[in-house]
Ligand binder design. Sequence first.
Ligand code: GLP
Length: 241
Amino acid sequence: MQWESFDSQEALSARAAELLLSAIRENPRSVLGLPTGRSPIGMYARVVQECSREYHCFRDVVTFNLDEYCGIAPEHPASYATYMRQHLFDHVDIDPANTHIPHGIDPDPAGYEEELRRAGGLELTFLGLGRNGHIGFNEPGTPFDSRTRIVELTASTRHANADLFPDGHVPTHAITMGIGTILESRRIVLLVSGKGKEEALERLHSGAVSEDFPASALHVHRDVTVLNVGRASARPTGAAG
Ligand code: GLP
């Protein structure tokens, strides 16, 4: 696991965007795993900025989002489908047919895995980190070999995302790629920024692997980079050192 620490969200976002853009320049048919949440917003903004200068940035890129809330339609203002349109898809030349987001009203976990398999699997996946260590919506206790499925959200996750649902109806369930699904990505970049992440960041940095802390599954992967704001020192830990 490689660690890169930054002084600011802007610096982290610039580095994350650079990793994404260099992947799609290297392979214009890249299959990307994409996150939502607050952490990647700056990355998407940078990517959009760069791609407005570069024609055909996303023309042949294929994307699979990690997760979606259950019970809300893609058009819902707080859906991850809306988020992706707002922050990326509406601003780049991606073919909507190449974008995949689990469906919140009609979730089909097995179908999602099948589409992923047909696309050749994930090449580069960006992840955010939940305060309790969740990745995607894989909450503590999730087996590391889990696949795409419907999950119940913990009270802490619902609380952390409550401000996105001003009507107070925070979804109770979500559909998420499993940890096993995520670990099959050939490369993984974890973005860690924002309030309340300190403890999770330190726990990840300790290198201890436990299903109580979903992000620790990343220690068993060969190619993970952790981009973070907050750790004073950057030193590599874990399997790939
Ligand atoms: C949400 C999402 C995750 C995201 C995480 C962190 O619940 N399902 O995919 O990575 O929480 O979000 P944020 O970046 O807003 O802190």
